[in-house]
Structure formats: structure tokens, C-alpha cells
Design a protein around this ligand. Structure first.
Ligand SMILES: Cc1cc2nc3c(=O)[nH]c(=O)nc-3n(C[C@H](O)[C@H](O)[C@H](O)COP(=O)(O)O)c2cc1C
Length: 204
């Protein structure tokens, strides 16, 4: 079983990567082969809108997306993570999303694979749900099966949204040094790794 995580942050190894790594850690502990791809370390150009992929599952651009699409096709599960930028995914993440069009236009080549997503944000209630919705729609468009992690016990969130805000004190916001100090998102990210392995096992 292969699980691929893709980080759409411009900052490799930072908060979004940390959450993705927790999901992969849990998946690996359950026997999955895992890999984290940092989009910021790849050369992925914008879709040019040439529409070559309408007729054939091909792209006219030759860059690192060719190899990344191969990795996606080999994976049983794909996790996409993005920071919340203006209540949306980063432009880097959107560029990646657009470039997956050849996997979708003539047939859905990722159909039936398992998908999961998470958002990292600076503030609470400042667009993370909208950011997650973009990624959920991405997986739905590819006809992938989406995991919504739910740890045992009381409901704590409906999606994985890390935040750097630790509340207010004396009228001023207090900040976490990193998502490691977020009391909720790391637990949900771990649960995503567990639930993803479980669903892939049920499907196989
Ligand atoms: C251009 C820009 C726009 C941002 N927009 C938002 C926003 O709308 N809401 C929010 O909560 N945080 C916003 N942030 C904060 C980032 O989501 C936050 O810093 C996040 O931790 C980045 O993830 P990273 O550490 O993986 O890079 C923005 C940051 C930048 C640079």
C-alpha cells in the first residue's frame, strides 16, 4: 500500500508539512509505504490552457509534473495539504491542481483511490473551511473516495485545520510557535493516516 502526501506550502518542512508527516507516520506504522512531496522543491509550471488533454491524456508541458503524476497513479492514497491564503489554497497548490487535468479529462485515472486533505492557517475562523472545501472538491472531481477523520470520543472538528492562534489575552492575539502546539489538528492528522489505511485495506 502506497500513500503519497503533497504539500502545497511555499515553505518546505514547516507547519503544513508537519501535519502531513503526522498522517504519514501513522500510515507507515500500519504498514504503508509513504512519501512526502514538497511542491516548493519541484518545477511545476502553470497550465497553459492549450487543451491538449481534452483529446488525449497528455500534457504539452514537460516538467516535474510528469513524474508527480506517475507517483499519484502508483499511490493507493493521496493526501493534499495547503496553507490557507485568503480563504483559499496557495497559488502553488492551485497550479498543481490545474496540472492534474490530464488525469481527468478523457477518463478519471485516479478514480477509486483514497484522498484526504488538511489546511494550515494563521488565524481561527479566517478561511480554513473554504480552503478545505477546495481540496475536497479536487478529490471529488477525480472521483476519489474522501476520508474525513474522526478520532474516537467526542466530536472535536469536522476537518483538519491547523491554526497558529492560541486565543486572546488582554485584547491581543496569542500565537503558537508552530502547529505542534495546536491541541486539535495534530490528533486529526494522525487519525487521517489511520483511517486512510483502514479504508484502503477494506477496499482491497
Ligand atoms: C499571502 C498570505 C495569505 C494568508 N491568508 C490567510 C488567511 O486568509 N487566513 C488565515 O488564517 N491565515 C492566512 N495566512 C497565514 C498562513 O495560512 C499561515 O502562516 C500558515 O501557517 C502557513 O503554513 P506553512 O507554515 O506550512 O507555510 C496567510 C499567509 C500569507 C503569506
Amino acid at each position: 500500500m502506497k500513500i503519497l502526501a503533497i504539500n502545497g506550502s511555499h515553505r518546505a518542512g514547516q507547519n503544513t508539512a508537519k501535519l502531513l508527516s503526522l498522517a504519514l507516520e501513522e500510515a507507515q506504522a500500519r504498514g504503508a509505504e509513504t512519501e512526502l512531496v514538497e511542491l516548493s522543491e519541484l518545477n511545476i509550471k502553470y497550465c497553459s490552457g492549450c487543451n491538449r488533454c481534452l483529446g488525449k491524456p497528455m500534457c504539452s508541458i514537460d516538467d516535474d509534473m510528469t513524474q508527480l503524476k506517475e507517483k499519484m497513479l502508483e499511490a493507493d492514497g493521496i493526501i493534499l495539504g495547503s496553507p490557507d491564503y485568503f480563504s483559499n489554497v496557495t497559488a502553488r497548490t492551485k497550479c498543481f491542481i490545474d496540472r492534474t487535468r490530464p488525469l481527468h479529462m478523457t477518463s478519471n485515472q485516479l478514480k477509486g483511490k483514497v484522498g484526504g486533505f488538511l489546511t494550515m492557517s494563521g488565524l481561527d475562523n479566517c478561511g480554513a473551511e473554504a480552503t478545505n472545501a477546495v481540496m475536497e472538491q479536487f478529490f471529488a472531481t477525480h472521483e476519489m473516495l474522501i476520508v474525513h477523520p474522526r478520532p474516537e470520543g467526542p466530536v472535536i472538528a469536522s476537518s483538519i485545520t491547523g491554526s497558529l492562534m492560541a486565543g486572546m489575552k488582554d485584547g491581543k492575539p496569542r500565537w503558537r510557535r508552530s502547529v505542534d502546539e495546536d491541541p486539535i489538528a495534530p490528533a486529526l492528522a494522525r487519525q487521517l493516516g489511520k483511517d486512510m489505511v483502514e479504508l484502503i485495506q477494506k477496499l482491497s
